[in-house]
Design a binder for this molecule. Structure first.
Ligand code: ADP
Ligand code: ADP
Ligand code: MG
Length: 472
């Protein structure tokens, strides 16, 4: 079942990443876009591109329309990327019905693992340790109280279908639980279209460790080691590191094997990530992401395995190109999510026109982005505008290279998280390689940096103010 033409049901840097994999494999790529994205890089770079209509978001979220487009344009496969419909089981089903190969696991596996309570049940059956918590979705506040009492405060109230760090709230006592319950239910309903919530014990200041999995249709499941995503703000990742500088080789082997066991237990195929929380020497399964992840890049840097290429090959029915014993890791890679946000202003999104952009480069530096000078970051999508990846043989060397690469970069017109990352890179706590998910909150002083005043930005701000005032 050869794949010759792929529709990319996504936008931004991940769509560009998939176009690149297609180009290397000699596969034609088809981009789709909504009107605000007409001049986006994925549209320019793909072999063909088609509009999904005027509404900025609706087009990217309509599985029937997108699969129709794949059929009409002669695509034999569809890659969902991350976000949008990537964990939507219906999309995988419609693809199967219409004879389009879905580049990801089966609809059944997506459904099961996308439901965090069902995923937890599957892991318990497989003998994988899960965070102590409710076995099923909560029926109401009374049950939430009883479950919280049973596992002990603090607890995390979580949306069963949640993702992207949303729909999660920590409750330190019964009052907070009562206050947050309806809030999480309503967030879950709004953001994920399901009111289901559950709770689990809050692991205080844990490390977020996740394992990259690859599996084919021939019974092979391997892992590509772990990523440390403990540097987060509001449960959203900012900096990711591979491998984790804080695991022993024994812990690395243990968690890698655990992830393979988790994937095998649910009949997983294609690329996926098993997320765990570590505290001391204890490990708990947290969730599985049934898609390519934003931070797959750093695993590619340390192992040399092209994860998107493997996704496509496996979807075409080919066996994995690698066996577990072939997989080695070398050095350290860090990924910085350069978001169009103002860290000094509570990370407020800063959408707008990129007046100037020079990409960083040099040894060991990789940039995955869809921005260019003159491009306007639309306000409808998430605020990540660039992924800067730095690799080096040693941890210290990787940190120094990351600093150098951030200094290389010029990204003007919008505020970004880049200057904040420079402060983190100078922090002895971060450089020690020992940190947990409480790091960002524990270091508010890192937000005290001075931004270089930039004549071009000042001129633009003055021009904008005059235009606003005069109505020009
Ligand atoms: P990763 O797990 O790859 O690090 P993130 O959690 O940062 O990914 O999410 C990547 C993108 O996918 C973000 O735009 C996020 O908002 C979106 N996303 C993740 N999970 C969901 C979900 N369940 N529903 C809707 N959007 C999601
Ligand atoms: P999402 O689907 O949004 O990625 P996760 O379940 O992966 O949600 O949780 C996101 C982040 O929230 C984790 O990386 C971690 O920092 C925090 N978190 C989630 N569950 C717990 C928990 N039980 N204890 C402590 N922190 C948690
Ligand atoms: Mg997660």
């Amino acid at each position: 079942m050869a794949i010759t033409k792929i529709l990319i049901a996504n936008r931004g840097e991940i769509a560009v990443r998939i176009v690149r994999a297609c180009a290397e494999l000699g596969i034609r790529s088809v981009a789709v876009f909504t009107e605000p994205d007409r001049y986006a890089l994925h549209v320019k770079r793909a072999d063909e591109a088609y509009s999904l209509g005027d509404d900025p978001l609706a087009g990217y979220l309509n599985p029937h329309h997108i699969v129709n487009m794949a059929v009409q344009t002669g695509c034999d496969a569809l890659h969902p990327g991350y976000g949008f419909l990537s964990e939507n089981a219906e999309l995988a089903e419609i693809c199967a019905q219409r004879g389009v190969t879905f580049i990801g696991p089966s609809a059944e596996v997506i459904r099961r693992m996308g439901d965090k309570t069902r995923a937890r049940q599957a892991m318990i059956e497989a003998g994988v340790p899960v965070t102590p918590g409710s076995e099923n979705n909560l029926s109401g506040l009374d049950e939430a109280r009883a479950e919280a009492e049973r596992v002990g405060y603090p607890v995390m109230l979580k949306a069963t279908s949640g993702g992207g760090g949303r729909g999660i709230r920590r409750c330190d006592n019964e009052d907070e639980l009562a206050r947050n319950y309806e809030r999480v239910v309503s967030e879950a309903t709004k953001a994920f279209g399901s009111a289901d919530v559950f709770l689990e014990k809050c692991i205080v200041d844990p490390r977020h460790i996740e394992v990259q999995i690859l599996a084919d249709d021939h019974g092979n499941t391997i892992h590509l080691f772990e990523r440390d995503c403990s540097i987060q703000r509001r449960n959203q990742k900012l900096i990711e590191i591979a491998p984790s500088p804080q695991l022993t080789p024994e812990q690395r082997t243990y968690v890698g094997d655990l992830a393979v066991r988790a994937a095998e237990a649910v009949g997983y195929t294609n690329a996926g990530t098993v997320e765990f929380l570590f505290t001391g020497n204890q490990v708990f399964f947290m969730e599985m992401n049934t898609r390519v992840q934003v931070e797959h890049t750093i695993t590619e840097q340390i192992t040399g395995v092209d994860i998107v290429r493997e996704q496509i090959r496996v979807a075409a029915g080919e066996p994995l190109a690698h066996q577990q014993s072939d997989i080695r890791h070398q050095g350290f890679a860090l990924q910085f999510r350069i978001n169009a946000e103002d860290p000094k202003n509570n990370f407020l999104p800063s959408f707008g026109r990129i007046s100037r952009y020079y990409a960083p480069g040099g040894p060991g530096v990789r940039v995955d982005t869809a921005i260019y000078t003159g491009y306007t970051i639309p306000p409808y999508f998430d605020s990540m505008c660039l992924k800067l990846i730095a690799w080096n043989l040693s941890w210290e060397g990787a940190l120094d290279r990351a600093k150098r690469a951030i200094h290389d970069m010029r990204l003007q017109g919008v505020k970004t998280t880049a200057p904040y990352y420079l402060k983190i890179l100078d922090d002895p706590g971060f450089r020690s390689g020992q940190f947990d998910t409480g790091y960002v909150d524990a270091h508010p002083e890192l937000l005290n940096y001075s931004e270089k005043s930039n004549p071009e930005e000042i001129a633009l701000a003055i021009a904008a103010a005059i235009a606003a005032h005069t109505g020009l």
